[in-house]
Design a protein around this ligand. Structure first.
Ligand code: SF4
Length: 229
C-alpha cells in the first residue's frame, strides 16, 4: 500500500540501490524522468488537494525520494502549508542521514523498506550497506514518525528463519511501527530488466514464495506483537 486511503503518488527518479528484485529499474537513473519545477509539482498536486484532504493524501515514492532531498523537502513543506495534506514518504532509508531532523517535519508516515537484516546478504542483494538503513529506522522512531516497515519476501534471499527472527527483533524495538508489510516476491519485472541496456535479471528463475512460507514469516513478526499485513 502507498499509505492510508486514496493517494496522489509522486514518483521521483533516481535510486542508488540495485536491488536484485527491483520492479522499477527504469527509475534508477536520476535524469531519465520528466523534469518539473517545485511550483509545477505543487500545482499538479493542488488540483486534487481538496479531495485528497478527506480521503487520503500525498505519497512521495520512487526511485528513492532522498536522492533529491532539496526538491522533495520543498514540495513537502509547501504541500503541508498550502493544502494540509497527509504526507507519506516511501524510502529505502539509505540516504536519510544526509538531511537534518526538521526535513522530516511535514512527514506524517514513513514507508520504510528493510531489505535484509544480515549486512553481508544486504550488500549482495542491494549493492548497498545496511547500517544507514537501520540508523534511519531508529532515528525516525526517535522523531516519533509512524513507520510501516516493508519486507520483500524472496525465496533463497530473505526467507531464512534466523534472518527473519533478527529482523523481527529489531523492528520490535522501534516504538513507532504501526505495521509490517510482508510483500511476496514475483518476477513480473523481468521484461523491464531485459529492456534495460545490459540489464541482467538474476532472479528470473526464482519462484514466488509459497503460502506456507509467507504464513511462517508473517507469524515470526506477529509473535513480537507487531501488526502484520
Ligand atoms: S530501493 Fe526500490 S527503487 Fe531502488 S533498487 Fe531497490 S527496489 Fe528498486
Amino acid at each position: 500500500m502507498d499509505g492510508p486511503g486514496v493517494r496522489f503518488v509522486l514518483f521521483m527518479n533516481g535510486c542508488q540501490m540495485r536491488c536484485q528484485y527491483c520492479h522499477n529499474p527504469d527509475t534508477w537513473k536520476l535524469k531519465s524522468g520528466q523534469k518539473k519545477t517545485v511550483a509545477e509539482t505543487v500545482a499538479d498536486i493542488g488540483k486534487y488537494a481538496r479531495f485528497l484532504k478527506y480521503v487520503g493524501g500525498l505519497t512521495i515514492s520512487g526511485g528513492e525520494p532522498l536522492m533529491q532531498p532539496e526538491f522533495v523537502g520543498t514540495v513537502m513543506r509547501r504541500v503541508k502549508q498550502e493544502f494540509g495534506l497527509h504526507i507519506a514518504l516511501d524510502t529505502n532509508g539509505a540516504f536519510a542521514g544526509t538531511v537534518p531532523d526538521d526535513w522530516f517535519d511535514p512527514v506524517d508516515l514513513v514507508l520504510l523498506d528493510i531489505k535484509q537484516i544480515d549486512p553481508v546478504r544486504h550488500r549482495e542483494l542491494t549493492a548497498t550497506e545496511l547500517q544507514p538503513v537501520l540508523d534511519a529506522a531508529q532515528r525516525l522512531a526517535r522523531l516519533g514518525k509512524p513507520l510501516w516497515i516493508r519486507y520483500v519476501l524472496v525465496p533463497g534471499w530473505t526467507d531464512g528463519f534466523d534472518d527473519v527472527e533478527r529482523l523481527a527483533d529489531f523492528v520490535a524495538t522501534l516504538s513507532t511501527v504501526e505495521r509490517v508489510e510482508v510483500l511476496p516476491f514475483h518476477n513480473m519485472a523481468a521484461y523491464k530488466w531485459e529492456a534495460m541496456a545490459g540489464g541482467r535479471y538474476q532472479l528470473a528463475d526464482t519462484p514466488a514464495p509459497t503460502p506456507e512460507m509467507e504464513q511462517r514469516v508473517r507469524q515470526q513478526f506477529f509473535k513480537r506483537g507487531l501488526q502484520v499485513v
